[in-house]
Write a protein that binds this ligand. Structure first.
Ligand code: TXA
Ligand code: MG
Length: 503
């Protein structure tokens, strides 16, 4: 290392790929070996606390407090850099990230080198960080000079990165030293929004590493939020994919586990090797069960949501799929196809009828609004209500205001994961917000017109009037995740595409 070589070594977090931080050419070769973008700065590793000061402009009181409380630790502190640190290490920034590893082999390597060691995780850029020497070998064989094999890493996720370069301390990357632990020492610490959210196109990352695709195995990962029950029911219904779940989860498709549900440290220990194991079993798509976001779990969640490229399926929502489409588009057929694939269908039409059954409270409310005579022998006279409610748009809106909440409430009460909410007024009722994914069925206007006339035995004028009362095709389509075009094209292959890409 002193002579400019690249050596991978174990730390308590993940394996690092080390080079002399003061040797520009050696540091450059790290970027080349990893295929890492050159604006993504490296962490400088030290063996003793005294080695910190020369790397930075000044050790602030908060930095000193963290060093005293934690070092050596899976904790990286960012401060304005000294002139000793070149721009290759800092990625052109005015700051430097410094860490003193807890792992004794790591400190022995750094101490033996006798220089500060710049070391990113020893993986190919974009891949999961390596937690044992074998994984380093797989990524780096032929590209580096040596690997020091120290067995499995203890924590398994990279160090907590905190910047003290600004007014308020900010966690740029969560790790085993948690927000709670840091706040206990230096008071208020913020969590960078980039920890849990995707950066917008034009945003600059406080930590350049956060803008790149990360930790990704070959399989497409979908992070699934929700109860164990919902996760199991949904995942066990899927074909041609795998589950990335907790030990003890009841899974009937190929699976890889990453620790126990109630033990975040066991999750962090295994998450990166689990991601690599997904590749080993040849998974093309995997549903990952989301961990709790508290304590060390936050670090695990942060890595997983990146591995998933921010694709989250929220099964805490009552309806798995919200299905809508203009009248005559062929929603009914798509429902049949989804039912054949194991989804329960909840049709708002059906619930709309139930909501106004004899003696229902809603019937009384409608009569109060549209006239007592809409009730005949206790039953709703639909034609009379329709005539009055569709007479003008204010009355129609009033009808919807009364009906929609009750219908959706009834659907919710019957919902169980995985299910489909079949709703022609999905957006108008606000039920779109209650669905994990939104699917729209569409067909050319003339085709829809023909279908309604044939199906309902009505005149063209009546059909056109009915069609005119709906939201525009563009509104439905732009609100949906996926649009099935029902103009003679194969519906099943479109459904496959929707399921493959959005579920
Ligand atoms: O646990 C770890 O920290 C491991 C082991 C080997 O020590 N190292 C590691 O390094 O994870 P790396 O390069 O894979 O991740 C360093 C992260 C990157 O996201 C980088 O953008 C950020 O720290 N970083 C480094 N210097 C920074 C700086 N001056 N300002 C903001 N972010 C910085
Ligand atoms: Mg890394």
């Amino acid at each position: 290392m002193r002579g400019g070589g690249l050596v991978a070594f174990p730390t308590e977090t993940v394996y690092g790929l080390g080079a002399n931080a003061l040797d520009k050419a050696a540091v450059k070769s790290i970027y080349a070996a990893k295929g890492r973008p050159s604006d993504n700065p490296l962490i400088v590793h030290i063996a003793k606390k005294e080695d910190f000061a020369p790397l930075v402009r000044e050790i602030t009181p908060k930095a000193q407090a963290l060093i005293d409380a934690f070092f050596p630790a899976p904790l990286t502190i960012i401060l304005p850099k000294s002139d000793l640190i070149g721009s290759v290490v800092s990625g052109g920034l005015g700051t430097v990230a410094v860490r003193m590893p807890q792992n004794e082999t790591a400190r022995a390597v750094i101490a033996a080198a006798g220089v500060p060691i710049a070391a990113p995780s020893a993986n190919t850029s974009g891949k999961p960080s390596p937690t044992n020497a074998q994984y380093v070998y797989e990524d780096m064989n032929g590209r580096i000079d040596a690997i020091v094999d120290g067995g499995e890493c203890e924590f398994g996720v990279e160090s907590t990165v905190i910047t003290l370069a600004g007014e308020t301390p900010v966690i740029l990357r969560p790790g085993a030293v948690t927000q709670e632990m840091l706040e206990a020492v230096i008071g208020r610490v913020e969590l960078s929004p980039a920890v849990l959210n995707e950066l917008a196109e034009n945003e600059t990352a406080a930590s350049p590493g956060m803008k790149y695709k990360h930790y990704a195995p070959k399989a497409r990962i979908i992070l699934v939020e929700g109860s164990r029950d919902n996760y199991e029911r949904f995942v066990n219904m899927q074909r041609d994919c795998a589950a990335l779940c907790f030990e003890g989860d009841n899974i009937t498709i190929p699976k890889v586990t990453y620790g126990a549900e109630d033990n975040a440290l066991s999750q962090s220990h295994e998450i990166f090797s689990a991601l690599r194991r997904l590749d080993e079993i040849g998974a093309k798509k995997a549903y990952a069960r989301a961990p709790e976001k508290s304590g060390v779990g936050m670090a695990v969640y942060n890595r997983l949501i990146r591995a998933a490229a921010f694709c989250v399926l929220n099964l805490t929502k009552p309806f798995t799929i919200g299905l809508t489409g203009l009248t005559g588009a062929g929603k009914g057929y798509v429902c049949e196809r989804l039912e054949a694939r194991g989804y329960r269908i909840l049709s708002t039409d059906l619930y709309a009828r139930r909501a106004v059954e004899k003696n229902s409270p809603l019937l009384g409310i409608l009569a109060g609004e549209f006239g007592q005579d809409i009730i005949e022998n206790g039953e709703l006279n639909r034609a009379l209500l329709a005539g009055r409610a569709f007479a003008d748009s204010a009355k129609t809106a009033r009808l919807n205001e009364i009906m929609h909440p009750e219908i959706i409430k009834m659907c919710r009460a019957d919902a169980s994961c995985p299910c489909v909410l079949d709703a022609s007024q999905l957006f108008e009722s606000g039920a779109d917000a209650l669905c994990s994914r939104l699917l729209c069925v569409s067909a050319p206007e003339e085709l829809r017109l023909k279908r309604i006339i044939e199906r309902d035995g009505i005149t063209e004028q009546q059909a056109r009037q009915r069609m005119g009362a709906q939201l525009s095709e563009e509104t439905l389509e732009s609100g949906a995740d996926y649009v099935i075009i029902n103009d003679g094209r194969d519906i099943n292959s479109q459904l496959d595409e929707f399921i493959n890409n959005y579920l």
